[in-house]
Design a protein around this ligand. Structure first.
Ligand SMILES: [Zn+2]
Length: 149
């Protein structure tokens, strides 16, 4: 199934982020044609940039490649529930469908916390599919933080 293979690509980005010493979260953006147009992992430490989350970097790369500020009809796959900042960016980018892996009780902003897409000020709401390959995504994060303790 296609959504599984795209989440595998996101997981590979998360693994690469862990290998760089970054919080292991990965994201890919898929065009309406089914082509992967951007892939990214967290780079907040490398770039000294608190906004360099996987989703933000993937959105920037896809928009630059497309020459557009919007990604109408595009889907985003990310290994972890997006934080409020990334959820708002997804909405602004007009992402059609969001697929994510593990829920994030600490920092998530979609199914918990501020629930960005349920807010009346949120003008574009993507379809949301959660729990896609949640187990390997969660394991990556647990192993990463266990190794830092
Ligand atoms: Zn984020």
């Amino acid at each position: 199934m296609q959504f599984k293979s795209h989440m595998q690509a996101a997981l590979a980005e998360a693994e690469a982020a862990a290998a760089r010493g970054e919080v292991p979260v990965g994201a890919v953006i898929v065009a309406p044609s089914g082509a992967v147009v951007a892939r990214a992992g967290n780079r907040t430490r490398e770039l000294n940039d608190p906004t360099a989350h996987a989703e933000i970097l993937a959105i920037r790369a896809a928009c630059a490649a497309l020459g557009s500020e919007r990604l109408v009809g595009y889907d985003l796959y990310v290994t972890l529930e997006p934080c409020p900042m990334c959820a708002a960016a997804l909405s602004n980018a007009r992402i059609a469908r969001l697929y994510y892996g593990a829920g994030d009780p600490k920092s998530g902003g979609v199914a918990q916390g501020p629930r960005i897409f349920a807010h009346p000020q949120c003008h574009h709401v993507p379809e949301v599919y959660d729990g896609i390959a949640a187990d390997p995504a969660e394991k990556l994060l647990k192993d990463f933080f266990a190794a830092r303790r």
